[in-house]
Design a protein around this ligand. Structure first.
Ligand SMILES: Nc1ncnc2c1ncn2[C@@H]1O[C@H](COP(=O)(O)OP(=O)(O)OP(=O)(O)O)[C@@H](O)[C@H]1O
Ligand SMILES: [Mg+2]
Length: 581
């Protein structure tokens, strides 16, 4: 064995052990599985062994009572089927019990993961790992490992029986069958590598469909049908071709086995006839021998291609386990307080996103007193969202300090820190749940307060028009609401949360002027007694701010009230000119 394959084998063993740790329970199912697999394997030689006396005594000497034949055959097959049934059920029990836990662990991991996870992985890929990969991988793996154990034992038992029956004939089998195994193995290698390509093609095909569904409007307005179709058809054709190759290779297995089988069979028959003339080989003994020999083909076939299945299973299961073990959780401090005053301080805070050439935020310092209303303005990409994201620790600073109520955000308990903020973001995401639960999200449910929040966000009337009012299920990302309505719903959610700090990131950009005015009024109410950070392009939103910060390329260029800044001129005046044109 070359050095690399020894390494591979060790590696596979270690990886198998790692996966196995997740599949140790339940104990009784493992006991049942082991017992029934052992019984099943031990029973295999019983079939040819039973044939011998049945044939010899039944046909030749007629010494066997007739009832014994069905009794023996049916009894044996019932025992064998029961063993196989129990093994299957126990295996399913092991797989499903542990999978349920593994899936929960993965979901838990995703819920608490450091935000980097979502930057590095597409949503579909995480969903795929939790929903499909884990299940397929585990089931595949458990089945293959059981196959290895069961078939190896069966082979040993059958081979033992052959030798016991007739060691000379066994020699022929011992020569032919390894040849079968080797040829089977080379075919299965090819099938395996083709299957891997096939899997990649399937992923790609699914991705193309998914993209076409998500971007169905863009494709229509851009008339990009042809382009998408070409992409799809390219992958579609490759998938067909690689699947065909795999099918052709796979179909060769049966004829090749049969060919070697026929060689073995004809040699055995010839030698047996010669033997029957010289020494005593009964017809029953011969049939028993041939049956046992043919029964060895199936386990050899399984064993020769099981290693690729095991590899595939390990790879899939590892993806799931990595999600549980190798995901960093968010970490926070100890400090908690039920309700903060809402004082916010940034001291020379900088953010440098990984892989970015420039800093997104460059030594920003600012102070917001409890209850104050500050506004952030600046061109797109100037760092406004980044600045606000530092507060609930959606983004980690590269330098400087950021504190809430004088306590550094890293010293805050994360849940406590985040409960101090209500956030209405640029991309409002709604859950496929009722209006009520979208408003009360994560908080105790109080219908009256939810209605009041809707009223304040100027959305109560629209919600009353919905078929089930507050209890209407909104569908995927509340697709049945308009963009402006979705934003007002997000404002209602923020008001319901009643947190000491309110962050509005372009909260009113999707509203028409009339609604804007109404929401502005209600936002004013919501802002009362709260620290508010508003990011806006509209003058109406920011005019009354206690302090306006003008950001440019991650730096604070100017700060002051609207009137002060208007007098100063410069960046702010430029911003006003742009926002009104
Ligand atoms: N996750 C990220 N990874 C790398 N770079 C990022 C990331 N998020 C933002 N940036 C970059 O950081 C800079 C500041 O982004 P930010 O979202 O804070 O801008 P903004 O002022 O909110 O802009 P807009 O008005 O368009 O919302 C931009 O250059 C942006 O490309
Ligand atoms: Mg932004």
């Amino acid at each position: 064995m070359p050095a690399t394959s020894i390494l591979d084998a060790m590696n596979t063993r270690q990886r198998l052990v790692r996966v196995a740790r997740y599949f140790t329970r339940p104990f009784y199912a493992w006991v049942t599985l082991t017992a029934s697999v052992l019984l099943g394997a031990a029973l295999e030689p019983a079939i040819p062994a039973m044939l011998k006396p049945l044939l010899d005594q039944g046909f030749n000497s007629n010494t066997l009572p007739l009832w014994m034949i069905p009794a023996a055959v049916i009894g044996l097959f019932m025992l064998r089927s029961s063993a196989s049934y129990l093994a299957d059920v126990a295996l399913a029990k092991i797989a499903q019990t542990n999978l349920e836990n593994l899936r929960s662990a993965m979901f838990h991991s995703i819920s608490l993961a450091d935000m980097r996870l979502f930057r590095d992985n597409a949503a579909t890929s995480l969903a795929n790992t939790v929903v499909y990969e884990a299940t397929n991988g585990a089931v595949l793996l458990l089945q293959s490992v059981t196959t290895v154990v069961k078939d190896s034992l069966t082979l040993v038992a059958l081979a033992g029986y052959l030798v016991y029956l007739n060691w000379q004939l066994s020699l022929i089998v011992m020569v032919v069958f390894p040849v079968v195994a080797v040829s089977m193995r080379s075919i299965s290698r090819r099938v395996y590598s083709l299957t891997k390509t096939q899997q990649r093609m399937v992923d790609e095909l699914a991705y193309t469909v998914e993209e076409s569904v998500l971007a169905h409007k863009e494709i229509r307005i851009q008339n990009a049908h042809e382009q998408q179709k070409k992409r799809f058809e390219g992958v579609n054709a490759s998938l067909r071709s690689v699947t065909m190759k795999a099918a052709i290779a796979g179909s060769a297995v049966a004829p090749i086995t049969n060919f070697f089988g026929s060689i073995a069979l004809s040699t055995v028959i010839t030698v047996a006839i010669v033997q029957s003339q010289t020494n005593h080989l009964s017809a029953g003994g011969f049939i028993g021998f041939v049956t046992a020999m043919l029964m060895m083909i199936a386990p050899i076939k399984h064993l020769s291609d099981v290693s690729s299945t095991i590899t595939r299973g390990i790879v899939a299961a590892e993806r799931a386990i990595d999600l549980v073990e190798n995901v960093d959780y968010e970490t926070g401090g100890e400090f908690t307080v039920p309700r903060a005053l809402g004082q916010i301080d940034f001291h020379e805070a900088s953010v440098h996103y990984p892989d970015a050439s420039e800093v997104a935020l460059d030594k920003v310092s600012l102070h917001v007193a409890p209850g104050q209303f500050i506004a952030l303005v600046g061109l797109s990409g100037s760092g406004k969202t980044t600045l606000a994201s530092l507060l609930p620790r959606f983004v980690e600073r590269s330098a400087g300090t950021i504190s809430v109520d004088g306590v550094d955000v890293t010293q805050w308990n994360l849940a406590a820190l985040r409960s101090q903020f209500a956030w209405v973001g640029q991309n409002v995401v709604m859950f496929n749940d009722t209006v009520l639960h979208n408003i009360t999200l994560g908080q105790a449910v109080d219908r009256d307060r939810a209605l009041a929040a809707l009223q304040a966000a100027n959305l109560a009337e629209r919600v009353q028009e919905l078929p089930q009012g507050l209890d209407t299920v909104l569908g995927h990302n509340a697709g049945m609401l308009s963009g402006g309505e979705r934003q007002r719903l997000a404002i209602a959610r923020a008001m319901y949360k009643n947190a000491p700090v309110l962050i509005l990131d372009e909260a009113t950009s999707a509203l028409d002027t009339d609604t804007d005015r109404l929401v502005q009024a209600s936002l004013r109410t919501a802002m009362r007694g709260r620290t508010t950070i508003a990011i806006a392009h509209r003058l109406s939103t920011i005019k009354d701010a206690d302090c306006i910060y003008v950001l440019g390329r991650g730096r604070i260029l100017q700060q002051g009230t609207h009137d002060q800044l208007m007098q100063k001129g410069g960046a702010y005046l430029e911003f006003i000119r742009l926002s009104q044109s």
